[in-house]
Design a protein around this ligand. Structure first.
Ligand code: 4NP
Length: 171
């Protein structure tokens, strides 16, 4: 029996300890619930390298855990030599990450802001399509991470709708 090749989906932020590992965990969680996880090769990375080898931020782990979502990621930096071949779809969390990806040689036709797939953002300017960085929020306050997780759930539902309708365009 031959299996279909998997579609590579890479989530990218700056540090790879907050937004993109949360996006990766949410996508895996939702794809598993829909019974389509085996169709995808899912990973995340950062454009920066400060946190390479680290698990996600404890606030990200806590808010995800409360919703039954695991975050399997260990931080790594983008590898332009292999990532643009392995991953057909590259989802940046904000415009600065997207610009860094373009500078690193990401093919523009493979590159999106993740929230372009969020149907609630239709008609928004690009500034309204960013996932804000919760890292510099209070150490003992998960509220910023909860808001980011809400956004990621909505965007990943839209992304999965697009991908399972055999359509890779934003909503
Ligand atoms: P992330 O958040 O890009 O969502 O992982 C950040 C984590 C760490 C830093 C910046 C953003 N930092 O400067 O260390």
């Amino acid at each position: 029996m031959t299996s279909e090749p998997k579609l590579g989906v890479l989530f990218v932020c700056l540090g790879n300890i907050c937004r993109s590992p949360m996006a990766e965990g949410v996508f895996i969680h939702l794809a598993r619930k829909r019974g389509v996880l085996e169709r995808f090769d899912v990973d995340s990375c950062g454009t920066g390298r400060w946190h390479v080898g680290n698990p996600p931020d404890h606030r990200a782990v806590a808010v995800a855990f409360r919703r039954g979502i695991q975050l399997p990621s260990i931080a790594r930096q983008l590898d332009p030599k292999t990532d643009f071949k392995r991953f057909e779809l590259i989802l940046a969390m904000d415009r600065a990450n997207r610009d860094a990806l373009l500078v690193a040689g990401a093919p523009p036709e493979q590159l999106y802001l993740l929230r372009q797939f969020d149907r609630t953002t239709e008609g928004h300017q690009e500034t309204g399509l960013e996932v804000p960085d919760p890292y510099f929020g209070p150490e003992d306050d998960d509220e910023g991470f909860e808001r980011v997780l809400d956004m990621l759930e909505t965007a990943c539902e839209g992304l999965l709708d697009a991908l399972t309708e055999d359509r890779a365009d934003p909503a």
